[in-house]
Design a protein around this ligand. Sequence first.
Ligand code: SAH
Length: 361
Amino acid sequence: MTALPGERPCLTDLAVDGYDVLLDLEGARRFHPASVRRWVLARGVRDVDAMTDLPKAFRAALADAWDVRRTRLALASDSDDGTTKLLLELRDGQTIESVLIPEGDRLTLCVSTQVGCGVRCAFCASGLLGVVRDLTSGEIVEQFLEARALAAERGRPLTNLVLMGGGEPLNNFAHVRTALEALIHADGAAFGARRITVSTIGIPKKIDRLEELGKQVNLAISLHAPNEALRGRLIPGLDRVPLDDVLAAAGRYFRRTGREITFEYAVLKGVNDSVECAEELARRLKGVRGKVNLIPWNPVADLPFDRPDDAAVDAMVRTLEARGVRTTVRRSRGRDIDAACGQLRRRFPTGDAVRERDARR
Ligand code: SAH
């Protein structure tokens, strides 16, 4: 087992314009910070020795004071359907999940933004134990760096990034912003903003601040219900926010960015899967530029819901489309490796849990 790094500052936690703090190190020259940043974000090296264009003395000073990474890949497991699930161990032993999802020409990476989640959607595995803590920006960036390296090794580059893993990104706004800047900036990982989607439960004030993340980032809003009463039951941890306020914020985001909004809707059998729900949803979405993505519920052990019948989902699609709402259905992936929404972390909540399993093998 590789030892986890101690509590030292970490390069991946730096803002893309914050590398100049390295000028304080002994032997630093003016161009060294930019060079280090390139090694960390563009090249994705894991240790200082790999930064071969830097003088030995500066490398020694850097290695003395700074860690390059703060997470460790604990597990990478491939599913029969091509999905790869990554479990990362954080410095404090907690774990988070990222998932690589190939689809046609695309390879999408889904990353987490918090350990656990404080929103507690009734049907979701991530919120079961509440929020443990926010991820640092480096812990978000490193999910990308790990997955990008793995994808490159396999000869298939990442094409899309979604912040749809564990956690509510807008409840960890500052770190999410710093991470996205590092990923998007030409001097950072140079990943196109248009290929990034932030998925949120829909907090109007914070949606208005999303512009700070870079104008072209896509927005997905989790609705799950066409009215407040049902939404409140499914999302008890959300302070009662009127649906109209959420939709108004979505409209403002579209007008400012020109990016079409995706409305996510987890479909739960007998709860929100009726034609009436679809009709009401179409009425609520009238005049809002966006599309609906239905997500048939991925079963989570111990939760009192069922997967909807295909016929019910099809009827919802027909009802929405007939009323002019573009609708897609998300095929669930990776179920044989616990990839469905937060379930690998549930099995291995800490790095120790992974090691115990390995020891038993
Ligand atoms: N906090 C963000 C990201 C959550 S995960 C948000 O709420 O948008 C992305 C989507 O998957 C959300 O719409 C979430 O509600 C949904 N989801 C979570 N668990 C699910 C499950 N077991 N089955 C189907 N969809 C699920």
